[in-house]
Design a protein around this ligand. Structure first.
Ligand SMILES: Cc1ncc(COP(=O)(O)O)c(C=O)c1O
Length: 470
């Protein structure tokens, strides 16, 4: 019996078991804490390829690549060897004060070659959140350097996800990430989410919806004053907001508005980067012309934490000029350009190339999207959406016109739990069931994923029926 707090009602786990100790010691990120104290944790012990195994020996197909990140799959010994060798050779060195290390330089060079725009410089961090924080600081610093200190506001989108720090959490457009954290901070604005299925008005065509998105953005900029708006940030395909694929021609239309008002486009490729959407970067699938780019996750396939901001040489030149006046470019983290993280990320990208993984992911993406079409018309599936190896099914009470379940009914959570019981890890984002397997998944494993999901969906429908939710 674990007796530690008023929430500790779970009584199956001995206090010295990993589960019992978890309940005593950890503050879990993005977790319903009261529920967690009752349900207890899931303990993973090992992993290989696209499969993870828990501490009872049960195996699951990891259909979410962890948190959208384990792109090359689990258990790549080569990456462990690279980390070991780099640790033995030079386990740490900084990039502050002009010092450098070989893995960071080589990784920066490689990223510039891969980038879908003319990237001049690479700044390293450790997480997607810190990359997006850095983005805000860089654009502020840049506009100060250009002598336009009033041009500072950032436009993000409702349902976008860009992280959880004070600045990146403000960019995030999901209410739970703001409520009771006193966010968003001033100067961050959220425009309409580009999700036709949930946002379109009655009788509104997709073309008319797109025009409304463009008008909303234009009006927001005009209202705020274009001279005060510095940048627009977007994930090519929204991830944590429910895997939202915007309408055809969305980005070119939005970019016309941004260009008119001289507003930068921050391309958040933290999920979409490195083959996820069927092209090397989401910018290519979705026809985006980035000003700057944030990357993380698949950059190292999550073997070690690393993120980066890629920026054009023109911004770097402005910073360098400013340095003459201000001295240091005073931004950076102890672990910016950590040599072990950089070495592992570099080898991860090389392995992706050697395995021609982006081509494989593109082919598997076509197969996944085709197989998921079988759920169109399922009584509780309102929309099947996605691109490449990222997708979602939206669970609804009635598909058309869309009638969602009450959020308190917990239908999405029931379904992801049913997937878990069936040996499949998927994640519910509200009532959207997200799918984002490691890029190495093969056709047979896609079939396994889809058939386990089918079982879970039917169980969810049966349960929803019994609960009187349908
Ligand atoms: C698009 C996007 N940007 C930023 C982040 C934040 O990354 P991190 O959790 O590494 O801070 C995430 C995390 O899921 C993300 O999906």
């Amino acid at each position: 019996m674990v007796e530690i707090s008023r929430f500790a009602t779970h009584n199956e786990y001995p206090a010295d078991s990993i589960e019992g100790m978890d309940l005593q010691h950890l503050l879990h990120p993005s977790t319903n804490l009261a529920q967690h104290q009752q349900q207890g944790p899931v303990v993973l012990e090992s992993a290989n390829g696209v499969y993870v195994t828990d501490n009872h020996g049960k195996q699951y197909l990891e259909g979410m690549a962890g948190l959208w990140c384990t792109a090359i799959g689990y258990g790549q010994e080569e990456l462990a060897r690279v980390a070991y060798e780099q640790m033995v050779k030079l386990n740490y060195s900084q990039l502050f004060a002009g010092r450098t290390n070989e893995p960071s330089v080589l990784l920066a060079e490689k990223l510039k070659k891969m980038a879908p725009f003319d990237a001049g410089r690479v700044f390293f961090g450790l997480s997607g959140s810190d990359a997006n924080d850095t983005q805000i600081k860089l654009i502020w610093y840049y506009n100060n350097a250009l002598g336009r200190p009033e041009k500072k506001k950032i436009i993000s989108r409702k349902r976008g996800y860009h992280g959880v720090t004070i600045a990146s959490g403000s960019l995030t457009g999901l209410p739970p990430f703001h409520a009771a954290f006193d966010l968003p901070m001033p100067g961050v604005l959220h425009t309409t989410s580009p999700h036709y299925y949930s946002e379109a008005q009655e009788g509104e065509s997709e073309v008319a919806f797109l025009q409304r998105l463009v008008d909303d953005l234009t009006q927001m900029i005009e209202r705020e004053g274009p001279e005060t708006v510095a940048a627009f940030i977007a994930e090519p395909i929204m991830g944590a907001g429910g895997v939202i694929v915007p309408p055809e021609n969305y980005y070119p239309s939005i970019q016309q508005v941004l260009d008119k008002y001289d507003i930068a486009f921050i391309d958040d490729e933290v999920i979409c980067g490195f083959g996820r959407t069927g092209t090397p970067f989401g910018a290519q699938s979705m026809d985006i012309k980035p000003t700057t780019m944030s990357i993380a996750k698949a950059l190292s396939s999550a073997y070690l934490p690393i993120s980066a901001v890629l920026l054009p040489e023109t911004m770097y030149e402005a910073f360098a000029d400013r340095s003459g006046e201000l001295g240091n470019f005073a931004h950076g983290f102890t672990y910016s350009g950590h040599p072990v993280c950089a070495a592992v990320a570099l080898r991860n990208l090389e392995l992706m190339e050697e395995q021609d993984l982006f081509t494989h992911a593109q082919k598997m993406g076509v197969i996944l999207q085709q197989r998921l079409q079988q759920f169109v018309g399922h009584p509780i599936v309102g929309e099947v959406r996605g691109k490449g190896l990222i997708a979602a099914l939206e669970l609804v009470r009635r598909p058309l016109p869309r009638q969602p379940f009450a959020p308190s009914a917990g239908v999405g959570a029931y379904c992801s739990n049913a997937c878990h019981n069936a040996g499949l890890v998927l994640r519910n984002l509200g009532d959207s069931i997200a799918i984002c397997p490691p890029l190495i998944i093969d056709e047979q494993q896609i079939d396994e994923l889809v058939s386990k999901l089918a079982v879970a969906l039917d169980q969810t429908q049966e349960w929803a029926n019994k609960q009187g939710l349908l």
